[in-house]
Design a protein around this ligand. Structure first.
Ligand SMILES: [Zn+2]
Length: 219
């Protein structure tokens, strides 16, 4: 039997789209929430919109431009280059407090629409050093959210311990492999599907895809 209602934190990328398919299998009713924080590419919002429409999922878009006001970074400002974190430094794509804010707002939204479950695609395995993708942070925030609203929300992180190849495998097992490959946007340069092939996000996605296809015997 499917569990009741869930909100999926949704960006239109590979990870959150895989989570959306996972949630559609797990829960009776699913809604998605996308945060608009002036990310480099408005295309990300359009992409999220198109996917939820196609899957017939109710879509909430929340204005989080204040995040850019607080912490300009490579994802929100075209004049800051995207770079990998080196020597233990955080990459320039790190947005301080992003998951703290997104999941808190998702929690408030969940309460408002009567959903007991929140699904997010954060992952500790390939977390690029982002501290707010760690399992311990999610568990801590889950407790805090429930204390703050006297609720029993559960934050689900189906990708937490998967590498990128295993995330592709999950999409495949959910019969969503082609959908995820062709319709999601991961690339920092705003190119849908297989992307620009040059940016860190494309490298991560492509390496995982190649690894999965190799394991499957397709490559
Ligand atoms: Zn790219």
């Amino acid at each position: 039997m499917k569990r009741d209602k869930a909100v999926v934190v949704f960006s239109g990328g590979q990870d959150s789209t895989t989570c959306l398919f996972w949630a559609l299998e797990q829960f009776e009713e699913v809604e998605a929430v996308t945060f608009d924080y002036n990310q480099r590419h408005k295309l990300e919002i359009d992409c999220a919109k198109a996917i939820t429409e196609e899957l017939n999922v109710r879509h909430h878009i929340l204005d989080m431009s204040l995040l850019n006001q607080l912490a300009p970074n490579a994802l929100t400002r075209a004049d800051i280059p995207v770079s990998d974190g080196k020597d233990g430094e955080l990459p320039s794509t790190f947005v301080p407090g992003r998951n703290l804010l997104f999941l808190s707002f998702a929690g408030i939204l969940a309460r408002g629409i009567g959903a007991k479950h929140i699904v997010t695609g954060v992952c500790e395995t390939d977390f690029s050093g982002y501290p707010d993708c760690r399992d311990i942070f999610i568990k801590s925030l889950n407790v805090t959210l429930n204390l703050s609203m006297d609720e029993n929300l559960v934050i689900h992180t189906p990708l937490m311990w998967l590498n990128k190849a295993e995330t592709w495998e999950m999409a495949d097992n959910l019969n969503a492999f082609d959908f995820v490959r062709e319709k999601t946007l991961t690339c920092y340069n705003g190119i849908i599907a297989d992307g620009c092939g040059e940016c860190p996000a494309c490298h991560l996605r492509q390496n995982g895809l190649n690894q999965y296809l190799a394991e499957k015997g397709v490559l």
